[in-house]
Design a protein around this ligand. Sequence first.
Ligand code: UTP
Length: 277
Amino acid sequence: MGIINKCLFPVAGYGTRFLPATKAIPKEMLPILTKPLIQYGVEEAMSAGIRTMAMVTSKHKQAIENHFKTHPEIESSIQGTAKESLLDEVNRTIEQCDFAYIEQQQMLGLGHAIYTGKPLIGNEPFAVILPDDLCANDGNSVLLQMTKLYAQHPDCCIVAIEAVSMDAVDKYGVIDGNLLNGSNNAYRVHNMVEKPSPAVAPSNLAIIGRYILTPDIFTVLENTKPDKNGEIQITDALMTLAKKGKVIAYQFQGRRFDCGNVKGFVEANTVFAQEML
Ligand code: UTP
């Protein structure tokens, strides 16, 4: 058993920025080259030693579940051909990991999605990956970096942050904090604001879709009020823990592509194509 054994994937959202593509296909199944976003996410979790993948999904997203099942007909049709290896990576995830699913019945926000995953997680620290934030890595994945930091601060939640331009802060949760002693990339968080206007943003350090959460987050989420749009925000719940000094923000090494919007998705495809084709 590793220090973090489970990863939660909140993948219930409608992906409206990608309509009409996401009418019948989950956003997480959109491919960067030939591999769906969700598979990159699962492989990143595996790189951090995680073998239990807990998906918070919706009834429209059966394709995700199907992706992580074997497909004997396709396999026999490519057996012995040059295409045989194309399923190797996904089959490795199927062989080595357990997949569990739970349905989020109403889209009440990321915090609500994470709370919905509670029965799959139980009372242990866990990782969260939002697969539309694709993090490219050369073996030292963002989640692996975060797991190492968590090992030094096991009573804290860790959020991954990236410096973004000031005019983009209103798309993110933004933190304010002080560098930990002797560190140049990890901050003790004392304030977090969800989607602030540039004028009131406490910094340009934006939270991206990677978290390590301690199980006390579930109790906090239970008591977190919906925002003005009726959504329960994970940032608001984390703020409760930040007030107790229990949130660390980590400026990761690596490159992130925001594949939740068309520009970032095209950019990821372009960069991966340049490297792989
Ligand atoms: P987004 O804000 O990107 O929403 O959610 P979305 O529905 O995926 O995409 P758009 O904005 O309509 O284009 C961030 C992450 O939180 C999940 C989403 O699936 C995504 O991974 N989420 C969000 C849920 O699982 N449930 C929710 O109620 C809200």
